[in-house]
Design a binder for this molecule. Structure first.
Ligand SMILES: [Zn+2]
Length: 688
């Protein structure tokens, strides 16, 4: 998706710039008071309370006694992008524009990743780069670290979600978090190679994997690692497709040839040592010996677009089996911290300086290996080993910047708490269809282990801080069991709000979204469709003047539809036992206000514990059946649940003035802490 242009010119200009020189010329006032905020994504207040009571979280307990433990009211929808954007800006989503992971194009109805818009690079003669790729944030509002920085407060902002692309922070340093992608521009595409894969299993998985069958020639297999999309080829393809009409035979041939080269690939050779049960992988001029079960070091990878352009990445390998079958896993290719395609930090050099200080660290925003476990290409042990390392990576970054002492306020977020709950909730919920007593025996304490790791990390943080430093521990939302999946669009079809015609389309894959060639909504008759669902519980109206084929007129008709549809949604029950599925339905104007309200869904559904919209619904699909068992390992969730039952947590070493703090209260609290005025448009209130 994005390229770094290594031309003679940019190489000459790429002299390294020192951190100080780049951190802005605004005078940094020496503030004597210091504030540290550590975020644990998805940390659930009920689990924290339960583990504290069981004596498992001694540091949290001590802090709670000094200050307090509070549920922290979250956003509509209770999900990370929305909630962390409200955390940073002190406003509701109507003022910051981040409602979900996904947004839709009102012309085509196609889903796209939210949070950023991407402008591809351009090339002269399909060769010489003439413009750089650009990634622009769609988030509105102003982060508290930007406001505080203008007033001279020095900040260190580390892997907070919704900080990519990095903001220009005066008197501050910022290392981007989510949605910082991998080299394919996705939230993490892993590669899996195996001798025991069938031809039918090859290709892309539903969620973010590339599977390749290994064919051995003696003990050697030759295959390839799929790297970034080739922007030159994409430009050529776009030009050919833009011609319109029926393509000539020559054009058709060119399109087919170009499609085959639309990704940059690196040849990969695997040499299997059957007697030693090991293997050697050769890639990009390196030879990497692998033992079963041991994750390799980070391997630098260079993808050559053409003579002028290369993209730098890094990946780790894990040989999973070299006994009767050969199975090799390659992590998503992370951007190199010292040579990313576009800046991933502020100042630009910060990510590279950090790399010099502490060595390799994950840059991918979604740092944990949830997708391979969900696709059953990784087991629980491998997932947990990787997750612990992901936690350690983030923890190491935070501790090293605490020690650098160049901040008045430091914010660091670790998301491993969220990922472990997504994947392992089934093993603490005996009612979950994927509960497995044998696995629960072995891995039932996985979530607790990561909460305990969070507790020991906070103990470490406290050791590194000067006495008297104010500390806040914050999570953006809580968690629920996800036992049953709900096809909201199928329900809309059944109830007559959406009309489909012709064949049931195939299942939607994430690759359809990222690959840019997917079909969506192909069987929807928009001329008779009044509402459609996308993302985590958003229901949009097919509105005249907004959607390309809108039929619902804004005003009275839309209002009547909102009343009728929300009442109907609340009557949805699970046919197996009559349980209520939807706890609340929130109408747009009741929960959002601000300049971006026009991008909000008309209705936000709030599910009951146990129910989440299906994966197919998130991408707009409407497969058969309305409610069915969730048979995936991704078994805990929060997005699309009722915000009222999905609060996050706030733990501080200083009492706050509210029993019902809200995540929007953090930004004004920080500004007040430094004696700064609180903007009148803020929705949050200071807690001190
Ligand atoms: Zn989250």
């Amino acid at each position: 998706m994005t390229m770094r242009f290594v031309t003679a010119l940019t190489l000459a200009a790429a002299a390294s710039v020192s951190l100080l020189a780049c951190s802005g010329s605004a005078p940094a006032t020496q503030y004597s008071q210091k504030l540290v905020i550590i975020g644990f994504d998805g940390m659930d207040p009920d689990l924290v309370r339960q583990y504290i009571d069981a004596g498992k979280l001694p540091t949290f307990k001590k802090l709670t006694e000094q200050g307090g433990l509070y549920p922290l009211t979250t956003t509509h929808s209770p999900e990370s992008p929305t909630a962390w954007a409200s955390f940073a800006t002190g406003v509701n989503a109507g003022k910051h524009n981040i409602y979900d992971f996904l947004v839709r194009d009102t012309n085509t109805y196609f889903p796209d990743l939210g949070m950023v818009t991407r402008v591809p690079p351009t090339f002269l003669f399909n060769y010489i780069p003439t413009s750089k790729p650009q990634i622009l944030s769609t988030r509105g509002g102003t982060s508290f670290w930007v406001t505080a920085g203008e007033a001279g407060v020095r900040s260190s902002i580390l892997t907070v979600p919704v900080t990519f692309p990095p903001e220009d922070v005066r008197n501050g340093e910022l290392l981007s978090g989510l949605p910082l992608p991998d080299i394919r521009g996705t939230m993490g595409t892993f590669s899996f190679y195996a001798t025991d894969l069938s031809r039918y299993e090859e290709g892309s998985t539903e969620m973010g994997g590339i599977l390749r069958r290994l064919v051995m020639d003696g003990d050697v297999a030759r295959t390839e690692l799929v790297g970034p999309p080739n922007p030159v080829v994409r430009q050529q393809l776009a030009a050919l497709r833009a011609k319109g009409g029926t393509p000539s035979d020559a054009d058709r041939k060119s399109i087919a040839e170009l499609e085959a080269q639309s990704d940059v690939r690196l040849p990969l050779t695997i040499r299997w040592n059957r007697s030693a049960k090991s293997a050697v992988v050769e890639i990009d001029g390196e030879s990497i010996p692998l033992e079963v079960g041991k994750t390799s070091r980070w391997i630098d990878l260079e993808f050559r677009i053409n003579f002028l352009i290369r993209v730098h990445g890094m990946a780790q390998m894990l040989l999973m089996n070299a006994d009767n079958e050969l199975q090799l896993y390659i992590s998503p290719v992370n951007w190199k911290p010292d040579n990313p395609p576009v800046p991933i930090s502020h100042p630009d050099s910060f990510a590279g300086d950090l790399f010099e200080d502490i060595g390799y660290y994950r840059t991918l925003g979604w740092a944990e290996a949830t997708w391979p476990l969900n696709e059953e290409r990784m087991n629980e042990q491998q997932f947990m080993d990787d997750l612990q390392r992901a936690f350690d990576d983030r923890a190491q970054v935070i501790l090293s910047r605490i020690d650098a002492r160049q901040w008045d306020v430091l914010v660091g977020v670790i998301e491993s708490t969220d990922r472990v709950q997504h994947m392992m909730w089934r093993l603490i919920d005996p009612k979950h269809p994927m509960y497995d007593a044998v696995l629960a025996q072995k891995y039932g304490d996985s979530i607790e282990r990561i909460y305990r790791r969070a507790d020991t990390f906070i103990a470490e943080v406290l050791e590194h801080l000067e006495p008297g430093t104010q500390l806040m521990i914050v999570s953006d939302h809580g968690f629920h069991s996800w036992r049953r999946a709900v096809n909201l669009n199928t329900w809309l079809v059944q109830e007559g709000y959406m009309v489909i015609q012709g064949q049931q389309p195939g299942e939607k894959k994430l690759e359809d979204l990222f690959g840019g060639s997917g079909e969506f909504w192909e069987n929807v008759d928009w001329s008779r469709t009044r509402a459609y669902a996308m993302g985590l519980g958003q229901v949009y109206f097919n509105l005249q003047g907004r959607e390309a084929k809108g039929i619902v007129s804004p005003g009275a008709e839309a209002k009547q539809l909102a009343d009728e549809l929300s009442a109907r949604l609340l009557t949805m029950v699970d046919p197996t036992d009559g349980s209520r599925i939807i706890r609340s339905v929130y109408k747009r104007d009741d929960v959002y206000s601000g300049e971006f309200i026009g991008n909000a869904a008309e209705l936000q559904v709030g599910m009951e514990d146990g129910y989440r919209v299906s994966w197919q619904t998130t991408l707009g699909g409407s497969p058969q059946g309305i409610v069915y068992d969730n048979m995936k390992k991704w078994s805990g969730d929060h997005g699309g649940y009722d915000f009222a039952t999905t609060a996050g947590v706030l733990i501080t070493n200083r009492r706050v003035n509210s029993q019902t703090p809200n995540i929007m209260d953090i930004a004004p609290t920080v500004l007040k802490f430094f004696g700064l005025p609180i903007p009148s448009y803020f929705d949050g209130k200071p807690l001190w």
